[in-house]
Design a protein around this ligand. Sequence first.
Ligand code: UDP
Ligand code: MG
Length: 310
Amino acid sequence: MNEKSGIFLSVVIPVYQSASSLEALIRRLGSVLQGISAQVELILVDDGSSDGSWDLIQKAADTDARIRGLRLSRNFGQHHAIAAGLDASVGEWTVVMDADLQDLPEEIPHLLSKAQHGYEVVLGRRMHRKDVWHKTLLSTLFYRVFRYMSGFSQDPAVGNFGIYHRKVIGELVQMRESIRYFPALVHWLGFRQGTFDVQHGHSVTGKSNYGFRSRVHLGVNAVLSFSDKPLRLTVKLGFVIALMGFIFALVTLFRYFSGSIAIQGYASLIVSIWMLSGLILMTLGVVGLYVGRIFDGVKNRPLYVVAQRT
Ligand code: UDP
Ligand code: MG
């Protein structure tokens, strides 16, 4: 029990276009939570849905005192919605899960009991991921690149679903960086982290809210904000090319003085111009991406804007 708030368990759920799963989610959570404690709170963060999710949240909050709703002023993205929910949560333990019933409410007691055996974080490992093949493929690719770039090897079976002790949440809410990738923030914090094998459901809302592009965008952002390796690779690449250029210059000078240069060389010239220009543009682009992140960071805007609370 959190002495100050009296709340034992908070459940934080980002909600986006999930009207079709909300009722079942709330009903199932309701009975699961009843079995755990009376001191629970359910925080539903509507991330700018346009499908009536907010009406359902309001209705649920009216009939059930355990439920609180926040409506963000627009769509800020899942990880920002999670931040909003964590800021509002007060429980000694906090669960973060998806709204589309892919994370099963019935697993919460298992996460909790494992956590109570000496962990501050217990993450759900989705044993049999029920996602379409191209999503699993893309996420496997992302985890590979991410591990290479940031040195943080995330188990592909682990997502956001997990339970976190107040100590962890207290630190998480201090991390106000604008580019957020929740699992990596949790990993960075450390503490005693365990995993628990959970079932994974099919998405009730049918299709994912992330298209291919936003998934790639999320991945690129995660890499850029947790790693400076692309910059270091750029430096290495530049070094290798400069070395090649130096050798080439020596060879050319030697040939010049030995008189073996006939007037030729259009091909080599044009090829090196195009190749080097491409490389320069690419490396500039990488630098630009980081400058963009810095720009985002120094603006120091709030992570989200709340339009309405129940
Ligand atoms: N979500 C959100 N804002 C968004 C997109 C998603 O709050 O812009 C929430 C969504 O309601 C769900 C969770 O994030 O609770 C995961 O979304 P989704 O199921 O679409 O993603 P997937 O399971 O395909 O990764
Ligand atoms: Mg989903």
